[in-house]
Design a protein around this ligand. Structure first.
Ligand code: SF4
Length: 207
């Protein structure tokens, strides 16, 4: 069987408390089912990735093992949709079982993927955007689809402590009332660790 390969776009080392606990290396991978109008990663996602095996990625990031061990940190996977690469994480996990693994995800994935991810990742940063179906479609180009059910599923599987939800105020797409409705729906699910923030549009990623 061929080893699963990860489409690596970039690594960002020594991040503190931004993408997970402790010192974290952000691992950015290619591929996303959504097409957000103000995607901050649009340029990155257009680049050709370097395909790496789990052993190859481990070699690239293990220089920070001491920092990870001392601070309870590890790797945060983003991109892109991190949960597209579950076979790869299954191969990587045994190489660094004590590192903290965080997944940044839109949760726009099949529920089976959420179940696998719940067993593998220590924490999740759920990039929810909005829970209004029309606004979601206008902004991401996709149906809201499984997102709400997947939030409920993830909550059941890992509990609220391991889920941080991010909800942006997106210029031209939603407003404070939509933000409040989305937070209300998340609270109904039991999710309380919610970060609301105004989305800053960078010129180079304007649609
Ligand atoms: S989910 Fe993230 S990576 Fe995917 S299109 Fe939206 S902003 Fe870009």
């Amino acid at each position: 069987m061929t080893a699963p390969r990860y489409p690596l776009l970039a690594l960002s080392r020594h991040r503190m408390e931004i993408d997970g606990q402790g010192v974290t290396t952000l691992v950015a991978g290619s591929g996303c089912p959504l097409s957000c109008a103000y995607c901050i990663n649009k340029k990155l996602l257009c680049q050709a990735p370097t395909l790496v095996t789990a052993a190859e990625l481990y070699e690239k990031v293990k220089c920070d093992d001491l920092y990870f061990q001392a601070t309870g940190g590890g790797l945060a996977f983003g991109g892109g949709e991190s949960l597209l690469h579950m076979d790869f994480y299954d191969a990587l996990r045994p190489l660094c079982p004590s590192w903290h693994f965080t997944a940044e995800t839109s949760l726009h994935v099949p529920p089976e993927t959420v179940e696998r991810a719940a067993r593998l990742f220590d924490a999740f940063i759920a990039d929810v955007k909005t829970l209004d179906p029309e606004i979601y479609r206008a902004y991401t180009g996709s149906d809201l689809g499984p997102v709400y059910d997947n939030l409920a599923l993830l909550y059941r599987l890992v509990g609220p402590e391991r889920i941080h939800v991010r909800v942006p105020l997106i210029p031209g797409y939603n407003d404070k009332a939509d933000l409040a409705r989305t937070v209300e729906l998340l609270n109904v699910l039991g999710l309380m660790d919610i970060e609301c923030f105004p989305y800053v549009i960078r010129e180079e990623v304007n649609p």
